[in-house]
Design a protein around this ligand. Structure first.
Ligand SMILES: C[S@@+](CC[C@H](N)C(=O)[O-])C[C@H]1O[C@@H](n2cnc3c(N)ncnc32)[C@H](O)[C@@H]1O
Length: 230
């Protein structure tokens, strides 16, 4: 009989400190689905000031900095940011260790604010979105991506297989509905420029075996928001 793989839930920051060991190499299908969507939504970045909130291993931040943007990458996991700092062109990024509910960043100071795959871990959506909105310049925009709530219905949450212990580790998170994103954005004074849902593609499933079972199932929710002029 196959042995049961132990499953543990750990505090979010601690979970990502552990996940940092394998985050860039564990063939995460959500990351593969999300990346081209963010690239499309953000557009040309040369010369822009960008905040990457929950930058993790700097997946987006390093690409923006390499393309000529002035980037600040913020995260509360030193383990994740340690990986980011070791990447080529990371010396062009200003790294900040902080909680994304209290950003130590000036208001209205970024042309683009990106927060990729972080929302499913924040304890409340409205203050998180309000902080992203606060640091965004009027005329700029905010991109937020998250695991699609339909994945929660399948019992899926952010997790990794810890190579040290063999356990499935879940950094603590929340399950937000689409309506909760919509209402929190409204309460935070933001408007939707775009809201997209993306299902797993055959192309990604062919490359990443973990993706196969989610083929055609909505896996990504991505939104482009801006400050309401009201
Ligand atoms: C799934 S990773 C995403 C990293 C990166 N944005 C990406 O898409 O590859 C989530 C990141 O959010 C960070 N995070 C979660 N909650 C946070 C909080 N309250 N404040 C700061 N960072 C947080 C975690 O430490 C982790 O690095």
């Amino acid at each position: 009989m196959p042995s049961e793989v132990p499953e543990i839930i750990v505090p979010t920051r601690q979970g990502y400190d552990r996940w940092s060991e394998v985050y860039d190499s564990d063939g995460n299908p959500l990351v593969a689905l999300e990346e081209p969507e963010v690239i499309r939504m953000v557009g040309e970045v040369r010369g822009l000031a960008i905040a990457d909130v929950g930058t993790g291993t700097g997946r987006h931040a390093v690409r923006f900095a390499s393309a000529g943007a002035r980037v600040v990458g913020l995260d509360f996991s030193l383990g994740m940011m340690g990986r980011a700092r070791a990447k080529p062109n990371a010396d062009r990024i200003g790294f900040v260790c902080a909680d994304c509910l209290r950003l130590p960043l000036r208001g209205s100071s970024f042309d683009r604010v990106i927060s990729g795959l972080v929302a499913e871990h924040v304890p409340a959506l409205e203050p998180y979105l309000a902080e992203l909105g606060r640091i965004c310049r009027p005329g700029g925009f905010i991109i937020v991506t998250t695991l699609h709530p339909a994945m929660n219905l399948e019992g899926v949450r952010a997790r990794f297989n810890d190579p040290l212990t063999g356990s499935k580790v879940y950094p603590a998170g929340r399950e937000y509905k689409i309506s909760e994103f919509v209402m929190a954005a409204k309460q935070a004074g933001l408007v939707f420029d775009e809201l997209v849902e993306r299902a797993m593609t055959a192309e990604i499933a062919a490359a990443l075996p973990r993706a196969e079972r989610y083929l055609n199932w909505p896996m990504l929710l991505a939104m482009r928001l801006s400050r309401s002029s009201k």
